[in-house]
Design a protein around this ligand. Structure first.
Ligand SMILES: [Zn+2]
Length: 307
């Protein structure tokens, strides 16, 4: 049973937490408003914030699209499905077709729209390790760099030539032919037009094609950095976990440390880390990304109304 004293203590604690939370969101909004340039780095936590947890868990969406695969082969989450060793190429491609179909059918989540409302009129660039192409529906191509690939494309699995192929029509056609054994017909398996090898999704892996499209993604980031590195530049990190810090998190830390006017904000419910060396040049917001972005939008709207 709660005593009166505990209740007061709890209320005070809650007020203090809310106060820190509000201050952090205020800093986020002010830094976005006052930055000359914003480089956003978004990873898996951003899509998880949309309620899409099918990558690592059997959530409702996984059940809807991939549930029968999960039950047949005994894995959880699309990640494990992707790396599962299927008994045949026909079974493997049935999974890839259904997973691709799921990604095309999943609408871009609200946190992406909230982020864009916050930065759309600013000088920004976005880099992402996400391969689920949610950003592509809300960000113009020249302002987006998908540095770990983009599952809307196939490449030759032998990397025999430097070309990637938009796959929506192939994915939908393959998905339509998945039979009761969860296989597609052999003749539906996409093959390289040059060498005849199987294609594969253009995403980070042992045979990931780092050709002209890949280099172009980094060219866009580097041009943005070159133009803005001496200015007030904000590095905004969203949902980067500790598994692959080398792609976004460590470069953001190093750049914030070395650039004179840089500032760093990381939002992540689990892994929001501010290195000691960056104290005074950044904050970490250890909270749900969706609710922080939503409240930042509400704050901006209320401040705009006051003016
Ligand atoms: Zn080939």
């Amino acid at each position: 049973m709660l005593t009166g004293q505990n209740t007061v203590g709890y209320t005070e604690q809650k007020a203090a937490v809310n106060n820190i939370r509000f201050q952090n969101i205020k800093i986020l909004v002010d830094k976005i408003a006052n930055a000359d340039a914003i480089l956003v780095g978004a990873a898996a936590g951003m899509s998880a914030a949309c309620g899409y947890n099918f990558f690592y868990q059997n959530d409702e969406i996984f059940e809807k699209y991939l549930g029968e695969f999960g039950r047949k082969y005994g894995y959880r989450g699309a990640f494990n499905g992707f790396y599962y060793r299927y008994p045949s190429p026909e079974a493997h491609w049935a999974f890839l077709a259904r997973m691709g179909y799921m990604e095309y059918e999943c609408e871009t989540g609200k946190p992406y729209y909230d982020l864009m409302e916050l930065i759309k009129d600013r000088n920004y660039h976005i880099m992402t390790t996400n391969q689920d192409f949610q950003f592509t529906r809300v960000v113009p191509d020249e302002k987006l760099s998908a540095i770990q690939g983009d599952s809307r494309y196939f490449q030759c699995s032998r990397r025999c030539h430097d070309e990637i192929y938009y796959n929506k029509e192939m994915i939908y056609a393959m998905n339509d032919t998945i039979d009761e054994n969860l296989c597609i017909p052999s003749e539906m398996i996409p093959r390289c037009p040059k060498c005849g090898a199987e294609m594969e999704p253009w995403v980070r892996g042992y045979t990931f094609l780092e050709g002209k499209k890949y280099k172009d993604e980094y060219r866009k980031i580097n041009e943005f950095l070159e133009e803005n590195k001496e200015k007030k530049i904000l590095f905004l990190e969203l949902g980067v976990g500790r598994m692959t810090p080398m792609f976004i998190q460590e470069p953001f830390w190093n750049l914030t440390y070395s650039l004179p006017q840089a500032y760093y904000i990381t939002i992540n419910p689990k892994d929001a880390i501010l290195p000691q060396a960056l104290s005074g040049k950044g904050i970490s917001i250890k909270e749900d990304i969706a609710s922080v972005l939503r409240d930042a939008v509400i704050l901006v709207r209320s401040e705009t109304e006051e003016k």
